[in-house]
Design a protein around this ligand. Structure first.
Ligand code: NAD
Length: 379
């Protein structure tokens, strides 16, 4: 158990070594810069396969614990994607809406991480390609860059969403619903959700429900994806869609559908609400959209749940292609190739060994990290 030191305004674990296990973390950094007020944490979890790629999250309430968990998730995600990169994550404790200070904070953060050469930063919640452009300008390395400086705009092209839909397609071979005519519910209609809806429609699936932070629109006969995307692109909400039924946003969990896609927040399907899920396949765009306990319960009643770090690796794969100097069309090719192989391996192994897809995915990823660690001297 961690020993906690508490004062009125401070709660900190006494030893960051409490996180140490067979994979990492290699290093944990706390940064404070008085002139800008920058407070940030970086966890470099594992670099056996190569310099670690991981996003930088900006939010007022991010913690070391969250940063470590996200860094570990990146180690597993990058290893399972077969990228020549380890895992890391950074967090900046600040309000991302405070545009007046954002550039200064990001540039100060860049200077802090500059000497830590085994960390390559990418965008995450609260940061974007412009922020990555500032970091590249300061220290010469970042991924998820603006196109003007060689970036592949991964959110604009729907890199993660593309992988999500490929994952659903592969699941067909393992008892998942046929995409042609499948009814899809999409929770979250941002960078991942709206593009996933578009790619699903291209495969002949029908979007029956879409939710964003303001509410949900439902039509069992199918929603017009292009119209929804148009509404979102001009800053509107899915509830402005003409037609369909407008319902409370959380009712989407119980919608009658074949495929359910979390593409918004973590922990939306949990042990206490998984019973209402009617879908036969859950393919995760969001990180930790389904809790581990709920994944087990869903599995026990025959619902296929593809682990988040297998189905939503498209963004980081795109970042790695960009870092290696590749193009947008190469990024799509690599996302498809890697996602197909990984989903097939994970679902195949889960069936053969009678284990959860998540257990199969973690085993596969850990074997790959261990293999890379054996090749190095001190990793
Ligand atoms: P985004 O900010 O572009 O979109 C988020 C969407 O979710 C918005 O439509 C928002 O209105 C909606 N939303 C927020 N809270 C909601 C709620 N309680 N109920 C319903 N809808 C809600 O974010 P994004 O980039 O699309 O990311 C979505 C999720 O996918 C996040 O969990 C993110 O960590 C994860 N993810 C994103 C990428 C990527 O490439 N963008 C890669 C891997 C994982």
């Amino acid at each position: 158990m961690d020993t906690l030191v508490r004062t009125e305004n401070l709660i900190m674990t006494e030893s960051p070594f409490n996180y140490a296990d067979h994979l990492g973390p290699k290093s944990i950094h706390h940064f404070y810069e008085p002139a800008t007020g920058l407070k940030a944490i970086l966890v470099v979890d594992n670099v056996a396969a190569g310099p670690a790629i991981g996003g930088c999250r900006m939010a007022p309430d991010v913690t070391l614990d969250e940063c470590f968990r996200l860094a570990r998730a990146m180690t597993l995600k990058n290893a399972s994607a077969g990228l020549p990169h380890g895992g890391a994550k950074s967090v900046i404790m600040a309000n991302p809406e405070d545009e007046a200070n954002k550039e200064q904070l990001i540039r100060a953060f860049a200077q802090m991480i500059g000497p830590i050469e085994d960390y390559i930063v990418g965008p995450d919640m609260g940061t974007n390609e412009t922020a990555m452009g500032w970091i590249k300008d300061e220290i010469g390395r970042a991924v998820g860059l603006p196109p003007e400086i060689g970036g592949i705009p991964l959110d604009e092209i729907g890199a993660t969403a593309f992988g999500v839909v490929i994952a659903a397609e592969v699941a067909q071979e393992f008892g998942g619903p046929k995409l042609e005519g499948a009814r899809v519910a999409m929770q979250g209609f941002g960078a991942v959700g709206k593009h996933a809806a578009r790619f699903f429609a291209q495969k002949g699936a029908v979007l029956v429900a879409a939710a964003d932070i303001q509410g949900m629109v439902y039509d069992p006969d199918g929603l017009d994806v292009a119209r929804l995307v148009e509404i979102k692109n001009r800053g509107g909400s899915v509830i402005e869609y003409e037609g369909g039924e407008k319902l409370d946003r959380d009712t989407i969990i119980a919608v009658d559908c074949d495929i359910w896609v979390p593409a918004a927040r973590p922990d939306v399907i949990r042990e206490d609400n998984e019973q209402v899920v009617k879908a036969k396949l859950i393919v995760q765009g969001a990180n930790i959209g389904v809790t581990e306990g709920a994944e087990r319960m869903l599995h026990d009643r025959g619902v296929i749940c593809i682990p988040d770090f297998i189905s939503n690796a498209g963004g980081v794969i795109c970042g790695a292609v960009e870092y290696a100097g590749g193009t947008e069309s190469q990024a799509f090719e690599v996302i498809e190739e890697k996602t197909r192989a990984n989903v097939a391996e994970v679902l195949g192994r889960a069936a053969r060994e009678n284990i959860l897809p998540r257990e199969a995915a973690v085993k596969m990823a850990e074997e790959r990290v261990a293999g890379a660690m054996r090749l190095g001297r001190w990793k």
